[in-house]
Design a protein around this ligand. Structure first.
Ligand code: MF3
Ligand code: CO
Ligand code: CO
Length: 270
């Protein structure tokens, strides 16, 4: 495998350093973190409803994670005050849970959880349509964001593809539906730390970015906007974390952690 990677590097391509290729023991640990992270999101999915505040969701995540021996990675991460991100409507990502943020029917929300278990990390997020129904174009946004994740995954059905191949497929699909792709935030390597190389951009050119080889663990997490791709930081959030669409139009995102294998990617956060 090393020789194959070196040959690709000699063609001027970006290849992973050794430490980004996980050992079987590390992969086993990341899988366990993934299982707990999935259970946390299932717990949220079961209980989320209109009238609930995003802080109540945060409490569910904290309680479930710690009860099962895990630690919510966001808590205290670079000043983030809570255990998960709750991003409603025009919040693109990194929404800070709040008692004043009460969910209403027709809202679309992304709940993003990252779990540390035994020192290993797994990261995933899901969209929820509160009350089960929203405007048709908003529902389309939620659905296309999901299809964008699947399109990225599909590119990774075999190893030795590039991050740029993933981003290119995602952006093509988003644009076909006249949506835009957020450029300022990206997916990432994950597993031994919260955020590792490579950056996994959700747009770009084929053959660019890092080569994805067996043993790498990383996220794909496209943020798809109904309007323009530009984002801004919420000036009303004292933590400085909340990312909004610049044009106040809604945004949707889904995320999984993946393991690249000899036979393509496997979802670690199923
Ligand atoms: N889970 C987010 C991601 O997908 C990162 C959140 S950082 C936090 O990369 F501090 F806001 F939690
Ligand atoms: Co992530
Ligand atoms: Co995440």
């Amino acid at each position: 495998m090393d020789r194959r990677i070196l040959a690709i590097q000699e063609r001027g391509k970006q290849v992973p350093s050794r430490d980004l290729i996980k050992t079987p023991a590390q992969i086993a640990g990341i899988r366990k973190a993934g299982e707990l992270n999935t259970a946390v999101l299932d717990c949220v999915e079961e209980r989320i409803r209109a009238g609930m505040s995003t802080l109540e969701i945060d409490k569910l995540v904290y309680d479930y994670t710690t009860k099962h021996g895990g630690t919510p990675a966001p808590l205290g991460y670079e000043g983030f005050p809570n255990s998960c991100c709750t991003s409603v409507n025009d919040v693109v990502c990194h929404g800070v849970p709040s008692a004043f943020d009460v969910l209403q029917e027709g809202d679309i929300i992304n709940v993003d959880c990252t779990t540390i278990l035994g020192g290993y990390y797994a990261d995933a997020s899901r969209m929820f349509v509160i009350g089960g129904e929203t405007e048709p174009r908003w529902q389309e946004l939620v659905d296309v964001a999901w299809q964008c994740l699947k399109a990225g995954e599909e590119v990774c059905r075999e190893p030795y593809v590039f991050v740029g191949d993933v981003g290119n497929a995602i952006a093509k699909l988003a644009h076909k539906h006249h949506f835009s792709v957020v450029r300022d935030l990206c997916g990432h390597g994950v597993g031994l730390q919260f955020h590792e190389p490579p950056d996994v951009e959700h747009y770009g050119h084929r053959g660019t970015g890092m080569l994805l080889v067996p043993g790498m663990t990383f996220t794909i997490e496209p943020m798809i906007n109904m309007g323009h791709w530009e984002v801004c930081i919420d000036a009303d959030d004292p933590t400085g974390w909340t990312v909004l669409t610049a044009d106040d139009e809604p945004s949707a995102q889904w995320e999984h952690t993946y393991l690249m294998t000899e036979n393509g990617v496997e979802i670690i956060t199923h």
